[in-house]
Design a binder for this molecule. Structure first.
Ligand SMILES: [Zn+2]
Length: 305
């Protein structure tokens, strides 16, 4: 920890005098986006990358294509994404109104697994499925999924115009400049009884060696503050998931290593149920303290619990 910085917290506005290292922040020489540290808010626990970038600088960075090159794609990663999307859709099912035709928005659709799981778990219930995916090739392959499904690509949050019953925002909130503005926009887009499923890392600077280019680092306390500041209703907030690289006894790390190798093999050659079982054994999606991810489900203030 080092002494005072003058930055104020982008969620609660309090000063954030403590600063920690930004893992991976000093290895991006020559890139348009660089971070020197993470300020931690004393009041709500939010971490935010320093120097704070304006949204325009973030938009330029993501439009440059550098991020997609850095993230990389391989088959095991794609199958892990499929398993993650299944548990996201499943988490929403108990909160969805019965016998209702649903308008769905998926922000940051990736490989489009959410479309597949929504089609399977909510058969005959989808009136409209809009998705936002900046990568043209990924968007094209999503558009070809689920023939007969009312799929439509929307280019940005500001282009979305409907009111949605179900919005997915997976691993997006930790990349923005202004979380209050993002949640305000989500609230505008929700239908009166709609819900938004929002997932993000749980303060991942604590356990990852590289968190670039994350700008925000949330905890349950900072999400509760974000709910208060935006007036939305918080229906669920849980930390969940386990890192296969987490410190522990040697036998546990050896088992994790074997499970990960088996998962990679299954992802390349196996059937889905084997992939799914191994993926769950590696990542353990159940709520736990402190989990590596946060699941946050919110609704407009008018919605009754
Ligand atoms: Zn704060």
């Amino acid at each position: 920890m080092t002494a005072a910085n003058p930055q104020s917290c982008p969620v609660c506005g309090a000063s954030a005098p403590n600063e920690v290292n930004y893992p991976g922040g000093n290895t991006r020489a020559g890139q348009s986006l660089q971070f020197t540290g993470i300020a931690i808010c004393d009041t709500c626990e939010l971490g935010f990358a320093l120097p704070r970038p304006p949204q325009a600088a973030l938009d330029r960075f993501y439009a440059s294509g550098i991020y997609w090159t850095e993230v990389g794609r391989n088959l095991p990663q794609v199958m892990h994404e499929k398993a993650q999307c299944e548990q996201r859709v499943a988490a929403c099912l108990p909160l969805i109104e019965k016998a209702q035709q649903l308008r769905v928005l998926d922000v940051g659709a990736g490989h489009g697994w959410t479309v597949d799981w929504v089609a399977r778990m909510l058969p005959g219930r989808i009136a409209r499925f809009d998705f936002i995916e900046p990568d043209d090739d990924a968007a094209k392959s999503i558009s070809n999924k689920q023939p007969g499904f009312p799929l439509q690509r929307v280019h940005s949050m500001s282009d979305a115009s409907d009111h949605y019953d179900l919005i997915f925002l997976n691993h997006v909130l930790e990349h923005v400049a202004d979380p209050l503005a993002m949640i305000a926009r989500i609230t505008e887009l929700l239908a009166p009884n709609g819900i938004a499923y929002i997932e993000m890392p749980h303060a991942d600077y604590r356990f990852k060696s590289d968190v670039f280019p994350h700008t925000l680092f949330f905890t349950p306390a900072s999400l509760a503050m974000l709910a208060r500041k935006t007036g939305i209703t918080q229906l669920a907030c849980a930390t969940f998931g386990r890192s296969p690289d987490e410190p522990g006894p040697a036998w546990r790390r050896r088992i994790n290593w074997v499970l990960q190798r088996l998962f990679v093999l299954a992802a390349r050659h196996g059937v889905w149920l084997v992939q799914r079982a191994l993926d769950h054994a590696v990542w353990d999606y159940r709520p736990r303290e402190p989990g590596i991810w946060l699941r946050w489900i919110i609704a407009r203030p008018s919605r009754a619990n």
